[in-house]
Design a protein around this ligand. Structure first.
Ligand SMILES: C[C@H](OP(=O)(O)O)C(=O)O
Ligand SMILES: [Mg+2]
Length: 299
């Protein structure tokens, strides 16, 4: 059973036990552009205590650089090399694991975050935010000239998803058996400021249904993200805490990587998913209502 944190001593023992603190973003630090109450103070406190603070988000709509801008705007101290997004991890995967040849391209369903990270990694792409794909006109196969250099389809959260993008991605997959099918992440939902919206997994769902194959998913809970972090930061997994709001991504990610986990209830996971007859089998080590609860350490 997860330990419920409530009194100051509980939080003090976390401070003693963990040197590296990995933070999920949506639902932990913020909902959309609204900060979770107390998040700034808690992060400041951890830095004052010389803890290493890293941000690990499945949200691929932004690159690390754009996240830095968001952190700055919200008044939260963060540095680009502390930020790990699934757009970045996907670009690293394509170049280092898939080793997509330089003359090949990626067809992107997704937004500028993916494009910026692909560019940064020297990977060519088409689709994405290309205005030619922003159309509600019926898709015509007769008028479609596929780019023969497409060697991978990468699908992330795309708030302008349409039938043309899905059809092009599908064509690339079925025409070329060697074409890799990748997803930045598979979150079914996304915690926006005013409620839940479909997440990146809901964008790739029509494609995986049509293609009858699952994509390789890069983000949490899969290990690629942790590999990216390990490549840049030295940390002892036994003294590292993963803090998240979603059981099947954040908490499972921590478990897969041998990290302890803290669940907050300010995002996706609700109380009934961790207690009672319908509780999930994914059990975090600790639960607290909100990251802001750690402010008790200042009193
Ligand atoms: C919600 C999730 O972002 P995270 O919670 O990992 O920051 C996502 O955008 O799919
Ligand atoms: Mg989250």
């Amino acid at each position: 059973m997860a330990a419920r944190l409530s009194v100051k001593q509980d939080y003090e023992s976390l401070l003693d036990k963990y040197d590296t603190w990995l933070f999920d973003c949506d639902g932990v630090l913020w909902e959309g552009d609204r900060l979770i109450d107390g998040a700034i103070e808690v992060l400041q406190l951890l830095r004052e205590k010389k803890k290493s603070v890293l941000f690990v988000t499945n949200n691929a709509t932004k690159s690390r650089k754009s996240y830095k801008t968001k952190f700055d705007k919200l008044g939260v101290e963060a540095h680009v090399d502390e930020i790990f997004g699934s757009a970045f991890a996907s670009a690293v995967y394509i170049s280092s694991v898939l080793k997509l040849p330089k003359d090949k391209k990626v067809y992107v369903i997704g937004m500028s975050g993916i494009e910026e990270e692909l560019k940064e990694e020297g990977i060519s792409y088409i689709g994405g935010t290309d205005p030619a794909d922003y159309t509600l006109e019926p898709f015509s196969l007769a008028n479609f000239t596929p780019d023969p250099s497409v060697g991978a389809v990468l699908c992330g959260l795309d708030t302008a998803i349409n039938y043309t993008k899905l059809s092009k991605a599908f064509q690339y997959l079925i025409r070329n058996p060697g074409c890799a099918f990748l997803a930045t992440n598979e979150d079914s939902t996304y915690p926006a400021a005013d409620g839940l919206l479909p997440g990146a997994g809901s964008i790739s769902a029509p494609l995986r249904y049509a293609y009858a194959k699952d994509p390789i998913s890069i983000g949490k809970p899969n290990g690629t993200m942790l590999e990216c972090i390990k490549a840049k930061h030295d940390f002892d997994p036994k003294r590292t805490l993963m803090i998240g709001d979603r059981l099947n991504t954040d908490i499972q990610f921590g478990k897969n990587g041998g990290l302890d986990t803290l669940l907050v209830l300010t995002g996706i996971t609700k109380e009934e998913e961790i207690t009672g007859p319908n509780a999930s089998p994914i059990i975090p080590d600790y639960v607290t209502k909100s990251l802001g609860d750690l402010r008790i350490l200042k009193s």
